[in-house]
Design a protein around this ligand. Sequence first.
Ligand SMILES: *Cc1c(COP(=O)(O)O)cnc(C)c1O
Length: 405
Amino acid sequence: MTRVNQNFTKLPGGYLFPEISRRVRAFSAEGPPMPLIRLGIGDVTLPLAPAVIRAMHRATEEMARQETFRGYCEETCGAYDFLRFAIRDSYLARGTRVADDEIFVSDGTKSDCGNIGDIFSSDDVAAVCDPTYPVYVDVSAMAGRAGEYDGERWTGLVYLPCTVENGFFPDLPEGKAPDLIYLCSPNNPTGTAATREQLKTWVDYANAHGSVILYDGAYEAFITRPDIPHSIYEVEGARTCAIEFRSFSKAAGFTGTRCAYTVVPKDLVREGISLNALWDRRQRTKFNGVSYVVQRAAEAALSPEGQEQVGAAIGRYLDNAKRLREGLLAAGLAAYGGVDAPYIWCRAPEGAGSWEFFERLLRRACVVTTPGAGFGPGGEGYVRLSAFGDAEEVRQAVARIRRAL
Ligand SMILES: *Cc1c(COP(=O)(O)O)cnc(C)c1O
């Protein structure tokens, strides 16, 4: 008889977003006094940039003609040179040298963050920030790398607390070093970004212990402060200990279009084996690349015209973030993030719990947020507000929250 991967049965049922939807539906059915403003979602709202759309139309026309039709991409791991070179040049523009055969194009950072586990031993111990983007936890559990779930934590994971005291960036753990270290900067959910010094601490630690940092830079394009590194490879020593994930999802509104890339440096070797070679082998076997039309779209997003247009969209989201952050602070709340990221991490007042504050904002302000507890036990006592909404709605949400407190 077939046996299933029992690791899946240990996962707590995807609780957070269904529970939010259930509560929002129940409240809507009661007839709320004002239209709801949704600041819970982590999805973009603005349409694709005109340069991207033009490139997609052009590529679609090429697919329609015999002479220019494309089938499987024969180039490196399903990625066309034109896109890998454009990505390489975008790194170079910030002074970071990444070889084009260190860049692997994919359909998403979510999939890459999960799939990367294939090249590591199932005995490797993983560390995650607390709170964290939940994907790192669940993929570790599916791979049998998380132990058992005790109702709050996984027994096999190392939790790295991110608190107001450490500026929401984890301190080095005590005891045996974890083998895989998931870091995300700018961070979802806390909206904060790591400094060069903070990253350097972890790079030195990973090199000293032979650990690998899995660095999620999905929000890199939102960095505004000049001293915040855009890539972990801006930190000396990172090429021998870090894999970097980046996505066009939030950077260029590609959440529905799907394109991302992962950098695995050739200097990254464990047990005498090149991780670049392992990932290359893995991708060649299990992945046939991103569609030609989408790769042309991604190339266009990196062009000067595309960068100007996607930069304008990011600017609008960041204006929302600033308005949210300043509005919450002016209302006397403790609010963090929102400078280099589209998220605000807001402390519930008077020691209220995540869900309690969520309910209060829902019922008194008709504003939907995300309870921090959904991002791990360390998120208890916070809610996350997303800046991907409409500017006028964000303005109204701030005014309503101030009245509701
Ligand atoms: C949105 C997001 C991603 C993007 O994933 P894609 O699969 O590329 O859409 C990756 N990491 C984090 C932390 C995110 O919030």
